[in-house]
Write a protein that binds this ligand. Structure first.
Ligand SMILES: [Fe+2]
Length: 220
């Protein structure tokens, strides 16, 4: 699972050259911090992006630096011990990089075209997909994510949940389409303990253009 997670990172997130090593960087949001109001407050967006996501990026870079040192000295024990830090922080970086793109101030409504047809084929109706994903996501115990993903082998859309920051593709084999972050840092300042209200509201800013692009790419 570790090598799969590291491979996902290579493809999923932007990197830039710093000295002789490649470091991950915090991607800019494609909109202002207050752009998703009233669904998600500016306070939440600012903390979530500039503090929480930034911490995953920083800690991922630290873990990768330690991994490189361990590899250079043939320290396999340390390489193995770094596995959980790579999954947690690498997953946090992958998940949030997708999440920002999955949302839009111009979002909401329903998808069209082949994505809508696939949703109707695999879930019966758009409303049923929405209801099932919302219920699964609300039911995540503790911190985690709910996902609409694409199963390439089966050629169909599926719903899955992941604990903590486990990345969907590396741990469940599904290509991420739409993720709902249900860590308390994603909603508590605004929705307090009422996670269902946050999950129901997030559909108002779901970026179907981005989700459709991921769906089309996954099927290539
Ligand atoms: Fe988050």
């Amino acid at each position: 699972m570790l090598s799969a997670a590291v491979n996902s990172l290579k493809h999923a997130v932007p990197r830039c050259a710093v000295s002789s090593r490649l470091k991950h960087t915090l991607p800019d949001l494609p909109y202002d911090y207050n752009a998703l109001e009233p669904t998600i407050s500016a306070d939440i967006m600012q903390l979530h992006h500039s503090k929480h996501h930034a911490t995953y990026v920083n800690n991922l870079n630290v873990a990768e630096e330690k991994l490189a040192e361990a590899r250079a000295t043939g320290d396999v024990s340390t390489e193995i011990a770094l596995g959980s830090a790579l999954i947690f922080n690498g997953g946090g970086h992958i998940n949030h990089s997708i999440f920002w793109q999955n949302l839009s101030p111009n979002g909401g409504g329903e998808p069209t075209g082949e994505l809508m047809s696939a949703i109707q084929r695999d879930f019966g109706s758009f409303e049923n997909m929405k209801k099932t994903l919302s219920a699964s996501t609300v039911a995540v115990q503790g911190s985690g994510w709910g996902w609409l993903g694409y199963n390439k082998a089966a050629g169909k859309l599926q719903i899955a949940t992941c604990a903590n920051q486990d990345p969907l593709e590396a741990t469940k084999g599904l290509v991420p389409m739409f993720g709902i972050d249900v860590w308390e840092h994603a909603y508590y300042l605004q929705y307090k303990n009422v996670r269902p209200d946050y999950v129901n509201a997030i559909w108002n800013v779901a970026n179907w253009a981005d989700i459709t692009e991921r769906f089309n790419k996954a099927r290539q």
